[in-house]
Design a binder for this molecule. Structure first.
Ligand SMILES: *[C@@H]1O[C@H](CO)[C@@H](O)[C@H](O)[C@H]1NC(C)=O
Ligand SMILES: *[C@@H]1O[C@H](CO)[C@@H](O)[C@H](O)[C@H]1NC(C)=O
Ligand SMILES: *[C@@H]1O[C@H](CO)[C@@H](O)[C@H](O)[C@H]1NC(C)=O
Ligand SMILES: *[C@@H]1O[C@H](CO)[C@@H](O)[C@H](O)[C@H]1NC(C)=O
Ligand SMILES: *[C@@H]1O[C@H](CO)[C@@H](O)[C@H](O)[C@H]1NC(C)=O
Ligand SMILES: *[C@@H]1O[C@H](CO)[C@@H](O)[C@H](O)[C@H]1NC(C)=O
Ligand SMILES: *[C@@H]1O[C@H](CO)[C@@H](O)[C@H](O)[C@H]1NC(C)=O
Length: 385
C-alpha cells in the first residue's frame, strides 16, 4: 500500500548526456556528410530530381531509300525492292527473290492419295483438296487439288543482291515533348544542304548525319551482311532523345544506335531469318487470270524513337529537399539512439547510483547488446542509401 503511494508520487524524466568525444562527434558528422553527398551528388545532380520529366515523347518518322541494284539481269530501283513504299518507320529492303511465273488457279493432281477427305489437309502447301477422286492414269485414281500451278520451288539456291550494301537510308524524324511544347527534328540547324548531299552517318565524325549506308547499319548492329542478305532479318535503328531543357535547345540532340531485333530467329534452325510472299496479277488476252508469285528475303528496318525531357520545377525540388533534410535529421536521431547504447553497463550503474536511483526502472532498457548495436548501425545507414 505504502509502495503504491510512493510510486504514485515519483516523477520520471529523461536526462540528456552531451558526449564530448572526438570519435562520436566525427562519426556523427561523417554520417550526415554521407547523406548530404548522396542527396546532392546522386539525387540532385545525377538523377536531376529538381526537374519534372516528360517521357511521353511524340514522334514521326519518314524514310527514303536510295540506290540501284541488278538482280536476275534486271535493274531494280526503290519501287522494286522497298516495301511498303510509303516510307514509314518500318520498311523492308528485298535482298533475294524467288519468282514463280505464270501461275494460274487450276484443279490439278499433284498428290497420289487414296484418302480424298477435304479436311485431311494432305495437299500441304500446294492448295486445297476438292474432295473429289479423279483418275490419274488408266490404272491410278488420285485426289484432286485446287491451287495455283505451277507450284513454287523455293529450295533453289540463289544469290542475294549484294548492291544493297551500298544503298542509303535517309531518315527524317520530328519529335515533340507535349508537357513543355518542345519540338525538334533530327535535322540540326547546323546541317547544310551541301553537307547532306555527301555525308554518311558514322559515330565519330558524322554523328548527326541523317543518311545511313545499309552496310554500315548492319555492321554497327554487329551482323554479317552476306549472311543477313541470304536469310533476311530485322534491324532496329534506335533514335534516343535525352534532353535537359534547362540548357539551350542546341544541347538536345538525337543519338543513334543499332541492334538486331530478331536475335532469336538468327539461331533458330526451324525458321531462320525473315521472308514473305507476295504476288503480282495480270490477265491474258483470253481472260484467264495469271500471277507471278514472289518469295522475298528482306532486311527489315524498324526505326524506334524513345526519349525523355526534364525541366526545373519547384514542386519536385521542394519534395526532394524535404526528403534530404528529413534524412539528415533521421540520421542524427538514429545516431543519438546509438550513442545511448554505447555507454557501457558499469558506467550506467555508477551513474544511476550517483543520481539516487532515479533511473532504477530504465536500467534494463539501457543495457547493451553488441549485435543489436551493429544491426541498428547498419539500419541507420541504409536510410541514407
Ligand atoms: C509465262 O508466260 C509468258 C506468256 O505466255 C511466256 O512468254 C513465258 O515464257 C512464261 N514464263 C514461264 C517461266 O513459263
Ligand atoms: C500411273 O501413274 C503411276 C505413277 O506415276 C505409275 O506408277 C503407273 O505406272 C501409271 N500407270 C499407267 C498404266 O501408266
Ligand atoms: C559499294 O561501293 C564501293 C565504293 O563505291 C564499291 O567499291 C563496292 O564494290 C560497292 N559494293 C557493291 C556490292 O556493289
Ligand atoms: C507551342 O509552341 C508553338 C511555337 O513554338 C506555339 O505556336 C503554340 O501556340 C504553342 N502551343 C501551346 C499549347 O502552348
Ligand atoms: C574521322 O576523321 C578523322 C580525321 O579526318 C579520320 O582520321 C577518322 O578515320 C574518321 N573516323 C571515321 C570513323 O570515319
Ligand atoms: C560473313 O559470313 C560469310 C559466310 O559465313 C563469310 O564468308 C564472310 O567472311 C563473313 N563476313 C564478315 C565481314 O565477317
Ligand atoms: C488462255 O491462254 C493460255 C495460253 O496463253 C492457255 O494455256 C489457257 O488454257 C487459255 N485459257 C482459256 C480459258 O482459254
Amino acid at each position: 500500500m505504502m509502495g503504491c503511494i510512493t510510486d504514485f508520487f515519483t516523477y520520471g524524466t529523461t536526462k540528456s548526456v552531451v558526449v564530448k568525444s572526438w570519435t562520436v562527434g566525427i562519426i556523427n558528422r561523417v554520417v550526415q556528410l554521407l547523406i548530404i553527398i548522396y542527396f546532392i551528388g546522386w539525387v540532385f545532380l545525377h538523377e536531376k530530381a529538381y526537374q519534372v520529366r516528360d517521357t511521353a515523347i511524340e514522334s514521326s518518322v519518314m524514310t527514303k531509300v536510295k540506290g540501284f541494284g541488278v538482280y536476275n539481269n534486271r535493274l531494280l530501283d526503290v519501287a522494286d525492292y522497298v516495301t511498303p513504299t510509303q516510307g514509314s518507320s518500318v520498311f523492308c529492303i528485298i535482298t533475294k527473290l524467288i519468282t514463280t511465273e505464270n501461275q494460274s488457279e487450276i484443279k490439278y493432281r499433284c498428290n497420289i492419295d487414296e484418302d480424298c477427305q477435304k479436311d485431311t489437309g494432305k495437299a500441304g502447301g500446294n492448295g486445297v483438296l476438292t474432295g473429289r477422286c479423279v483418275s490419274f492414269n488408266s490404272s491410278l485414281r488420285t485426289c484432286e487439288i485446287k491451287g495455283w500451278c505451277p507450284a513454287e520451288i523455293d529450295y533453289i539456291k540463289t544469290e542475294p543482291m549484294m548492291e544493297v550494301e551500298n544503298f542509303t537510308i535517309f531518315i527524317k524524324n520530328s519529335i515533340r515533348f507535349p508537357l513543355f511544347n518542345f519540338t525538334k527534328g533530327n535535322f540540326l540547324p547546323t546541317i547544310t544542304a551541301e553537307y547532306i548531299k555527301k555525308c554518311n552517318f558514322d559515330p565519330v565524325n558524322n554523328t548527326y548525319c541523317p543518311i545511313f549506308r545499309v552496310g554500315d547499319v548492319v555492321q554497327f548492329a554487329h551482323q554479317n551482311f552476306s549472311n543477313l542478305a541470304h536469310k533476311g532479318g530485322v534491324i532496329g535503328i534506335k533514335i534516343g532523345w535525352m534532353c535537359d531543357l534547362d540548357q539551350s535547345d542546341d544541347s538536345c540532340n538525337p543519338t543513334y544506335s543499332f541492334t538486331r531485333l530478331d536475335a532469336v530467329s538468327q539461331k533458330n534452325s526451324v525458321s531462320p531469318g525473315y521472308n514473305f510472299r507476295y504476288a503480282k496479277y495480270y490477265k491474258m488476252e483470253n481472260g484467264t487470270e495469271y500471277r507471278t508469285l514472289l518469295k522475298a528475303y528482306a532486311i527489315r528496318f524498324d526505326v524506334l524513337v524513345n526519349g525523355n525531357a526534364g525541366k526545373f520545377n519547384m514542386i519536385p525540388t521542394l519534395i526532394n529537399m524535404v526528403a534530404a533534410f528529413t534524412s539528415v535529421g533521421v540520421g542524427a536521431e538514429q545516431y543519438k539512439a546509438k550513442k545511448f547504447e554505447e555507454v557501457s553497463e558499469s558506467q550506467i550503474r555508477s551513474s544511476v547510483s550517483h543520481s539516487n536511483g532515479l533511473y532504477r526502472n530504465s536500467c534494463s532498457q539501457l543495457s547493451v547488446k553488441q549485435d543489436e548495436k551493429m544491426s541498428s548501425d547498419s539500419g541507420a545507414f541504409s536510410i541514407g542509401q
